[in-house]
Design a protein around this ligand. Structure first.
Ligand SMILES: [Zn+2]
Length: 313
């Protein structure tokens, strides 16, 4: 399918008034994409135009020319209305092959898509990822682990005959590489979350002065002339007072993961996760669903093992 067709399809969707036109630059960028991806995009526009969310399409167009990967719940399930769910992954992966970080990213975003399409809620408003913000990343963060363990990684060869064999030694090296600098990573995430909270506290706080003080209290200190707050888009992008959710989701993700024990490919636990977590969307508070899945109260133990480098590979 050619570029003109894609433009026609896209502008047809615009004419229907179902999307807010994105910046024209994004459409220019489309022309540089290969035919296969353009065909997929066109199908997506048609699907979305037929009953999807305007916001989803708009965001997609904007993301096409960035390096992001993202999942969009275009249409939420509703058993009541007999509505089937539709989720879309928008990625800019290297078509020659994925590096390990991309595999993790793919599994993460695919986790969001699974949350959407395996959802079986009565109402659309409770479908899939319509859960508490500080829980929404948990299933996806859990699925990243499938890119780090030998059993699932080994399966890649079934679908990719030219891919190199992945053995225990390589998985160990991946684990070691990932463990490098973890302290800095978590220290930084904690600082970002605490800073976010400081700005959304009861009293008004000067963003720059608060940052200089807080970063100044870390071992590395504040670097004069830098202006991190101006780049911290989460503060105004819907994550204000919620940035902590990334780490909190990881606490829950690792706790849920522990239910799989040493076998990520355990179909019984997988089914249980699907039925008790993914299928229920936001029908129940996350803490109720997580407790049912775990069969006990949630615990931060696995998270503390992770950040201290003691969680097994
Ligand atoms: Zn995510």
């Amino acid at each position: 399918m050619g570029a003109e067709n894609l433009d026609n399809e896209a502008s047809a969707v615009f004419r229907q008034g179902t999307v807010i036109p994105a910046h024209p630059l994004a459409l220019d960028e489309h022309r540089r994409l290969d035919e296969r991806r353009m065909a997929a995009l066109t199908r997506y526009y048609c699907e979305a135009g037929a009953g999807g969310s305007a916001a989803g399409v708009h965001t997609t167009l904007q993301l096409i020319h960035s390096s992001h990967a993202a999942a969009f719940g275009v249409r939420s399930v509703s058993l009541l209305a007999g509505r089937t769910p539709l989720s879309v992954l928008v990625t800019n992966f290297n078509t020659d092959g994925l590096n390990h970080r991309e595999v993790e990213t793919f599994l993460h975003e695919f986790g969001h898509a699974l949350h959407g399409v395996l959802s079986r809620t009565r109402y659309a408003s409770q479908g899939g990822t319509s859960v508490e913000r500080d829980f929404v990343e948990a299933p996806s963060q859990m699925y990243e682990e499938w890119g780090r363990k030998l059993e699932p990684l080994r399966l890649l060869r079934r679908y990719c005959t030219g891919c190199p064999e992945i053995d225990e030694a390589l998985v160990k090296r991946l684990h070691a590489a990932r463990s490098f600098g973890r302290g800095i990573l978590y220290g930084r995430q904690h600082l970002y979350a605490a800073y976010d909270m400081a700005l959304f506290g009861e009293r008004e706080a000067d963003p720059m002065q608060t940052w200089i003080r807080m970063e100044g209290e870390t071992p590395a200190g504040y670097v004069p002339g830098t202006q991190f707050p101006g780049t911290f888009g989460h503060l105004v992008g819907g994550y204000g007072a919620g940035y902590y959710g990334y780490m909190w989701s990881e606490v829950i993700a690792l706790d849920m993961l522990s239910r799989f024990g040493r076998n990520l490919m355990n179909p019984a636990v997988g089914r249980r996760f699907r039925e008790l977590i993914l299928a229920r969307g936001g029908e129940e508070p996350a803490k109720v669903m997580v407790r049912e899945f775990l069969g006990r109260d949630p615990s931060p133990e696995a998270f503390f093992e992770e950040i201290t480098g003691q969680r097994g590979n």
